[in-house]
Design a protein around this ligand. Sequence first.
Ligand SMILES: Cc1cc2nc3c(=O)[nH]c(=O)nc-3n(C[C@H](O)[C@H](O)[C@H](O)COP(=O)(O)O)c2cc1C
Length: 205
Amino acid sequence: MNVNPEHAAASAVYQHLIRVIAPRPIAWVSTVALSGITNLAPFSFFTGVGAKPPSVLFCPANRRDGTPKDTLRNILDTGEFVINVVPYRLAEAMNLSSAELPPGESEFELAGVATAPSDIVRPPRVQASPACLECELMHHLALDAGPGGANIVVGRILRLHLDESIMNDTGQADAGLLDLIGRLGGTSYCRTTERFDLTRPHRSE
Ligand SMILES: Cc1cc2nc3c(=O)[nH]c(=O)nc-3n(C[C@H](O)[C@H](O)[C@H](O)COP(=O)(O)O)c2cc1C
């Protein structure tokens, strides 16, 4: 099969992309609206960018009606967000929080997710998430306007919160203790319980 995105519907291209770009980590993003209402939503078009500056990016697409999702709106209005990681035990709550709610309602309440205060930014952390990154907006790039239009949000990490429960003897976060999930295509997810090691032939970083 050979797909030319120029001759395919964006929705069809999306269905191919989410299956072959996998597994994807999930940024569970908390924000606060100018009104003070908190917002929480998952985004799996997400990755780290680098350590200098410490940075992450994720990609909230526009809604079907062409308007920005609440997460993007809040970040553009306030310049702040928190990325919370998602272990297996929080999968159901993460999924619940992806419901599209009117701007006046909080997914924290809908999904029964307790908050913890952040150190620097206004959006709260997900209390039960074992690793949370407080971020300030560095760049917003809109790749297209209108329905489904792609956006890139780049954030500078101001603070990393790493729960003691995930730290190993050498002071590093441990994959087994984290038990993170990844998103595949459709409704499928994976766990990180089956792992293997590879030694690098040449160390370049
Ligand atoms: C696991 C998962 C990953 C998702 N990843 C994305 C994504 O990368 N980009 C996106 O625009 N929407 C993504 N969504 C959908 C958003 O979470 C959903 O549109 C949500 O309602 C946005 O909330 P907001 O309007 O409060 O920002 C994802 C949903 C789930 C369950």
